[in-house]
Design a protein around this ligand. Sequence first.
Ligand code: ADP
Length: 667
Amino acid sequence: MFTKILIANRGEIACRVMRTAKKMGVRTVAVYSDADRDSLHVAMADEAVHIGAAPSRESYLCGDKILAAALKTGAQAIHPGYGFLSENAGFARACDEAGVVFIGPPIGAIEAMGSKSAAKTIMEKAGVPLVPGYHGEDQSPALIKQHADAMGYPVLLKAAAGGGGKGMRQVWSEQEFGAALDAAKRESMNAFGDDTMLVEKYLTQPRHVEIQVFCDNHGNGVYLFERDCSVQRRHQKVVEEAPAPGMDPALRAAMGDAALKAAQAINYAGAGTVEFLLDIDGSFYFMEMNTRLQVEHPVTEMITHQDLVEWQLRVAANETLPLAQDQLRIDGHSFEARIYAEDPDNDFLPVTGTLSYLDAPEEGEFVRVETGVRQGDDVSVYYDPMIAKLVVWGQDRDSALRRLQKALSEYRIGGMTTNLAFLYNLVSAEPFRAADLDTGFIEKHQSLIFKKDAAQIEHFLPLAALYLVLKQQHSASCGAPASDRHSPWNAADHWRCDGSRKHSFDIAVHGDSHRLDVEQLGRGAASRYKVTHAGHTTTLQGTLIGNQLIADMDGHRQKLQVNEDQNHISLYCYNHLLEFTRVLPDTGDADEQQHAGGLTAPMNGTLVAQLVKAGTAVDAGTPLLVMEAMKMEHTIKAPSAGTVKQFFFADGELVDGGALLVDFEAS
Ligand code: ADP
């Protein structure tokens, strides 16, 4: 076994790999960019080497700098994590030539899976089922169309070099085919410099079911069952589970065997994932093989009680696989929910900021929080906006789901918009409980997942008023000696010499403003507060200790957590979150901030399209331009009504995160 390894990654996966290395007594070397100097993965490592500026192409994608760091620190092996250099055959080869072990598959296996068409040809020869279609070298449009016509519409055109859904087009009829092929080829040429196409039967309600495989260098191979990753937004996974609901043992064995056949066809070694589409009739088809550890690997670990990173290190150190197929068992059920700094109400646009408040659910045997950040850390424009993966286990799907819901409700993040409420609504939706899953789940159940409960806001408003009034009392500072309990200067409860103890607060929730009138009844700890909003009056009592608000409303006692970040206040109560802004006399600052924040690049990426012409007057929310980053397209919208004066980047240009994209003048 190695005595020291370098982790060529950052964030949660770097921390995850280090946890196992530490457990095995293996020393760890982190690498970090300027943006990550004080990050958790650096703090966790035994040693750390600075490798460059914040943009990944100047640090985490620089194979030469990373290899130099390994040689300098005497690391015998490099774990690439996922993303960055994990599927880069050139980097694997450079490691090999430098005598450093690449903790991943052989170079040939990475190369073989690099093109979708070539991968399909290999899999076809190995007898792995493919989605009906054509992936040949002859690219004549008439021939491709002939194949499409023969299998019947709808069909899916895919770029052979594709990834992230680019160069993919659904075609619903013969008439649409020509235009769709042209568009897909254009998109593919722009994105990958190659317009080779393949065409597949488009499955209308498939599930994404993938098999975890593991092989060693001694001819052994096993599969560690399946994961269901059907819940996707924009073809990207967001909630995964293992085992796949409703999977019968015969189908599992057939898919497992097919996946192993796929791995053996390319002389695989290490951890790999074979992705399949599972059709409603039980047919399954090879989609692609990922030659690395997947983001969602923890759900497999939870149901098999194995540590897949430990397996990776053992295989890379030339040991045999720890277990044989007949020693592997599925125990219980596991879910993973990916918590992102993103705005589900704005097309899942990534957001950035400082994690001013972070309170994760308690970890234990059944709940794992995989994260690379702490309170006070930044989610920057440079990297993936994933904050954490919440992983739970239960004896069966229902109990695991209950734990997932509870843990999501206890996860509190302040300082930026996250997908927590979206995740909670998603996993609480009845069709999810009933495991009625397919890749269109989120679109199909939008009304359940994106609900904005007006009654919930009404319920929270008196609590917001209670917080504001108690906060004001706490922070009031007076000149009288603290020992004088009877001094009116020490009674920070709106005592007035004219006897009036009324106050009004203006707050904004989701852009709607609310006036809250509060009248204090009684004095001191026994005070009650009459809150009037839009003609409704509620009377409540409460105390504020630190950031915990205990409120008693109509005999219902509730514990809430509060996070205040400048004027943005978040009240967390079980699975509910009320976020509001205190509206203070207008200084114009808020507008300016919104203006600048809304029109900068949310992360490093490429400008894909300008949607309006410079000089155009637009309404608030008008889509202005599209950026592509992190495998997703993001629409940047007008923050208010105004005029687009100038675009600073042309279509196809690379943009650094944080760069100003548009000169926008609010009207
Ligand atoms: P990419 O590599 O661009 O991400 P994939 O081939 O991995 O593309 O497919 C991504 C997702 O697209 C799948 O998880 C599935 O939801 C959907 N998809 C792919 N192929 C098909 C198909 N033939 N029919 C229906 N959906 C598909």
